[in-house]
Design a protein around this ligand. Structure first.
Ligand SMILES: Cc1cc2nc3c(=O)[nH]c(=O)nc-3n(C[C@H](O)[C@H](O)[C@H](O)COP(=O)(O)OP(=O)(O)OC[C@H]3O[C@@H](n4cnc5c(N)ncnc54)[C@H](O)[C@@H]3O)c2cc1C
Length: 379
């Protein structure tokens, strides 16, 4: 194993340890109460798991998607919403990592690495999910400031993040080319939040609308040049896709592990149910799908890390496939547990509820498929 592989393995092992020691004991309670697990923010921060994507001088891997995905997968094996905590935060750092200038990186990455400040991506609006060209949040230039007005929907870490990577229209006449990216800090006058959304899964994750009412920010908070928002959003979503796939793979693996143990212990007709071929084939199919999804996730991540261009179709395939696998595998895990699988006393129903959002988050899978087929038809 080379030095780079050794370092990656250390990061994965640290995440696996945190998953077992710190997250697992809290996983059921986080889901039951829906309370945001602040103790995990401290624990993840201490382990350096909130800085994974930051440059090396801030304790990170400089945007390494392979390491990031491995952390996401390990935590997701025991708790989807705790894994989403790291995922949404990491995705929020990507626009700053990619297009932030040295002074912005110094300001924001120091907050993250030293104070465990959370970030998030504020992109989606009620009328603009995957259809980014329809964004209506505006950022109007006034002297040396921008004044933001509009409302973002379904924002993970809304109201609890310190840094919001926000996409807003600076020039409506230019369509997609008139979108720019900004960082808005918590506490900025005019930044408000909607009610906390009640979700079927990822219940420990806070989701709210993020509202801008004459929210004035200095022009120094703009990421990159005016009009680069579309490109920054695309780049961010592209790099995030393998990590969303890793979240799906982790949840699926957790469900398979539990179902396998259960099938060995559950006796029906005087035999463990794992001796029935119907159950055996389900388990074999679950494992096969997970391995295929995992291979896609880490192959795509490795290629992105190697700087290979033109991988957008592959990253869409990865996210789409892995999330469909997670939904199928977790549903099968519930089936293997029978009536017990349907009960909240067992974790597989939570995993099934958590898995669902991986088909929606980022871009919904129908929109991913549309993109995949458009790329194929283009040749
Ligand atoms: C728990 C959770 C957390 C989230 N966190 C964040 C966050 O932190 N930041 C953020 O910016 N966003 C976040 N989102 C928003 C998420 O990215 C969007 O919900 C997602 O992009 C889908 O957009 P939509 O909800 O508007 O669905 P819609 O676009 O309205 O989709 C509805 C249906 O139409 C289908 N559809 C849409 N377009 C097409 C098309 N062109 N062809 C075929 N079918 C299509 C979809 O697949 C879906 O089945 C979060 C969402 C959830 C549920």
């Amino acid at each position: 194993m080379g030095e780079i592989e050794k370092e990656r393995e250390m990061i994965r092992a640290a995440a696996a340890k945190a998953a077992q020691k710190v997250v697992q004991p809290l996983a059921a309670a986080i889901d039951a109460t829906g309370e945001f697990p602040w103790e995990l923010v401290d624990a993840f921060g201490k382990q350096g798991l909130l800085s994974i994507l930051l440059p090396e001088e801030y304790g990170g891997t400089d945007g390494n998607i392979t390491s990031f995905s491995s952390v996401i997968e390990e935590i997701a094996k025991v708790s989807g919403s705790s894994s989403l905590l790291i995922l949404a935060h990491g995705v929020g750092t990507l626009p700053i990592w990619w297009r932030g200038n040295p002074s912005q990186k110094e300001t924001y990455f120091t907050q993250i690495s030293e104070k465990n400040h959370l970030t998030t991506l504020a992109l989606t609006e009620a009328g603009a999910g995957p259809d980014l060209a329809s964004l209506t949040t505006t950022a109007k230039k006034e002297g040396k400031d921008y004044v933001l007005n509009g409302r973002k929907s379904f924002i993970t870490h809304g109201s609890i993040a310190h840094l919001y990577s926000v996409f807003a229209v600076t020039d409506p006449a230019l369509g997609a080319k008139g979108i720019s990216a900004f960082v808005v800090e918590d506490g900025t006058p005019g930044l408000r939040f909607g009610k906390r959304e009640e979700k079927i899964g990822m219940r420990g994750s806070v989701t709210t609308d993020v509202i801008f009412e004459n929210c004035r920010i200095p022009q120094e908070n703009r990421l990159g040049e005016e009009g680069e928002g579309w490109m920054i959003a695309g780049h961010t979503l592209h790099r995030a896709r393998p990590a969303v796939g890793a979240l799906a793979v982790g949840i699926a693996q957790g469900a398979l592990d539990y179902a396998l143990r259960y099938a060995n212990e559950r006796i029906q007709f005087k035999k463990p149910i794992s001796s029935f071929q119907a159950i055996q084939f389900m388990i074999a199919d679950m494992a096969t799908q997970i391995e295929a999804a995992r291979s896609l996730v880490y192959d795509t991540a490795a290629q992105i890390d190697a700087g290979v261009e033109g991988l957008e179709k592959l990253s869409a395939i990865t996210k789409c496939f892995a999330s469909e696998v997670a939904m199928r595998v977790t549903t099968d895990a519930v089936q293997i547990l029978g009536g017990y699988g349907y009960m909240k006393d067992y974790p597989v129903e939570r995993m099934m509820r958590d898995a669902k959002v991986t088909q929606i988050y980022g871009k919904p899978n129908q929109a991913e498929r549309l993109f995949i087929v458009q790329q194929l038809l283009k040749g």
